[in-house]
Design a binder for this molecule. Structure first.
Ligand SMILES: Cc1ncc(C[n+]2csc(CCOP(=O)(O)OP(=O)(O)O)c2C)c(N)n1
Ligand SMILES: [Mg+2]
Length: 566
């Protein structure tokens, strides 16, 4: 009997775990990883070379993790950091925790000792997954090379469960280094393993909110960070304009409306919350920044919209809660309200004028300090100069204590998505990594960062990474040779004669540090010199630090009012 010839044995292509990681990153649209090297993770770098993924190597893993967080904020895509086992992973914990509280989608990949040496005391072995579980949306070990890309895609998917946040994967060294037949490993296809998670909210609730707003005499809205997360700028703008509702903004929601817009309000927020009849809180929790919800008038009808069902009604009862995507919900509300014969817009003119008068009063009260010619420089003058310096294309990063609290009142981003602060974890040290991520992702933008001298010191060495990767920015250090925000509280609690414990820094000329590392730097001691120095920093086209010596003995109202000292 004739037998058909045996098929020629095919040479099966082999692929390593690190290369599978890179393929999965590529499928997610990751074009850059932030990392600090270690023997456990180098196969991932090798895979990144093949996939065309840029490797930015930093000097501390905290920076890598914050940069991944920053990347997500700026681009709306998942950020990625890769760190080695043990201390590499523990160094990154702060960045992951910050991303959790800020609802920022990022993946941290950590190395691990070989599975074959599990619990034998291998170099840098730690229970990473147990450590990361409480501060991530998903934390797992990859147990086999064939599963690498599959589990990476799973981790990405989990970042978008409800409000976004971080995921963590540890990949043991032998799992990363081993090679498996290419066809045994599932490599998810770009766009093939994640669906849109945008939810429109209960239609009945949307009708009800439209009714509430149409009939409100004194409504206001607070546009929180999720306005930017969900890219809801247009929807929010349309709603406030169509219905004539004053808007306040916080966190990454700042800049949704430009300064000067008739519906942009900032300084009259407390007055509005005390006097409004309908308050709509969008995409921000009732946390310490909101006095846990206690600062809203008890008579007001309160509506809360959030991506996460756990945030709605937390700490404070609401009259109406809607879970879903801010943009879809606000658009639907505008549409529902437009069907009414009279949407009440004209009737709210007096309320907007009342708030504008409050706003103007507060602004004028502060203006003399913003123009102060005092030497040493008043912090209000510094932040005023920065605000005047920003353009529509300046992404502003704030990293510090008291000086950044001053800037929160005065500096107004001119465009949406152009404001970066740590978020509710309040992490000092986000500045340099956020600058790195912002400039890397948006080279067309100018990045301007204000640091406290204390905050800068936490991650300042990565100024060198900005030089090495040619990521220019305008940096300003508000130098009071102190951790002033903490000092204020110590003085208030223990008396001024005992306030100088554990909060005093040296008189460091940070411009010299910038120059030493290959950047641009200037020292500024007179208020009139601030603006020209900032301009020269801009024109230098290099990473820069303008070190501005500010008055050490004045504090921002926000620092003096902190409830933790009361
Ligand atoms: C990582 C971290 N450590 C400590 C703190 C507590 N903290 C809050 S403000 C502050 C002082 C910051 O000093 P600086 O950056 O110089 O700003 P200043 O208050 O002097 O303007 C400190 C230490 C924190 N928020 N984050
Ligand atoms: Mg300071």
């Amino acid at each position: 009997m004739a037998t058909s010839p045996e098929p020629e044995p095919q040479a099966t292509e082999l692929i390593s775990g690190g290369h599978l990681v890179a393929k999965a990153l590529k499928a997610e649209g990751v074009d850059v990883i932030y990392t600090l090297c270690g023997g456990h993770i180098i196969d991932i770098y090798d895979g990144c070379v093949d996939e065309g993924i840029k490797v930015i190597d930093v000097r501390h893993e905290q920076v890598a993790a914050h940069a991944a967080d920053g990347h997500a904020r700026v681009t709306g895509k998942t950020g990625c950091a890769v760190v080695t086992a043990g201390p590499g992973t523990t160094d990154a914990v702060t960045g992951v925790a910050n991303a959790l509280r800020a609802e920022s989608p990022m993946l941290l990949i950590g190395g691990q000792g070989a599975l074959s040496q599990h619990k034998m005391g291998s170099l840098q072995d730690l229970p990473h997954v147990d450590m990361m579980a409480p501060i991530t949306k998903f934390a797992a070990t990859v147990p086999h090379t064939e599963r690498v890309a599959d589990i990476v895609s799973m981790a990405f998917r989990e970042c978008y469960n409800g409000a976004p946040g971080p995921s963590f994967l540890e990949i043991p060294r032998d799992v990363l280094d081993a090679k498996v037949p290419r066809d045994r490993a599932r490599v998810p296809r770009a766009g093939g393993y994640r669906a849109s998670t945008r939810r429109q909210g209960d239609p009945a609730a949307i009708e009800r909110l439209a009714d509430l707003l149409v009939n409100a005499e004194k409504p206001c809205v607070l546009l929180g960070s999720q306005i930017w997360t969900t890219r809801a700028t247009e929807a929010a703008t349309e709603l406030v304009r169509t219905l004539n509702v004053p808007a306040y903004m916080n966190g990454a929601g700042r800049g949704t409306l430009p300064p000067g817009d008739p519906h942009h309000y900032q300084l009259s927020r407390r007055y509005a919350f005390n006097n409004a009849d309908v308050i709509v809180i969008v995409g921000t929790p009732f946390d310490f920044r909101m006095g846990y919800g206690r600062r809203l008038s008890p008579e007001a009808t309160v509506v809360q919209i959030d991506l996460d069902y756990r945030t709605v009604g937390k700490n404070r009862d609401v009259d109406l809660g809607i879970v879903g995507d801010a943009g879809l919900i606000l658009s639907a509300v505008t549409q529902a309200a437009s069907g009414r014969t009279d949407n009440g817009a004209a009737g709210r003119k007096a309320w907007l004028e009342e708030l504008r008068a409050e706003e103007t009063k507060a602004y004028e009260k502060r203006l003399p300090l913003q123009h102060s010619d005092a030497s040493p420089i008043h912090p209000y003058r510094l932040v005023h100069e920065i605000n005047e310096f920003l353009t529509e294309d300046s992404i502003y990063v704030g990293d510090g204590g008291d000086i950044v609290t001053f800037s929160g009142q005065v500096v107004q981003p001119k465009s949406p998505g152009h404001w970066m602060d740590p978020g509710p974890l309040g992490t000092l040290g986000v500045g340099i990594p956020f600058v790195m991520a912002a400039k890397q992702a948006r080279p067309d933008k100018e990045v301007v960062a204000l640091f406290g001298d204390g905050a800068f010191s936490l991650t300042g060495w990565d100024f060198e990474t900005l030089v090495r990767f040619d990521l220019p920015f305008v940096g300003i250090v508000g130098n009071n040779s102190s951790m002033n925000q903490i000092r204020y509280g110590q003085g208030a609690k223990y008396g001024r004669d005992r306030e100088r414990v554990g909060n005093t820094l040296g008189d460091v000329p940070y411009s010299e540090f910038a120059k030493m590392l290959g950047g641009y730097g200037e020292e500024v001691r007179e208020p009139g010199d601030i603006r020209p120095a900032l301009r020269r920093a801009r024109e230098s086209g290099r990473p820069s630090l303008i070190n501005v010596w500010i008055d050490t003995d004045v504090y921002a109202p926000g620092t003096m009012n902190q409830t933790m000292y009361k």
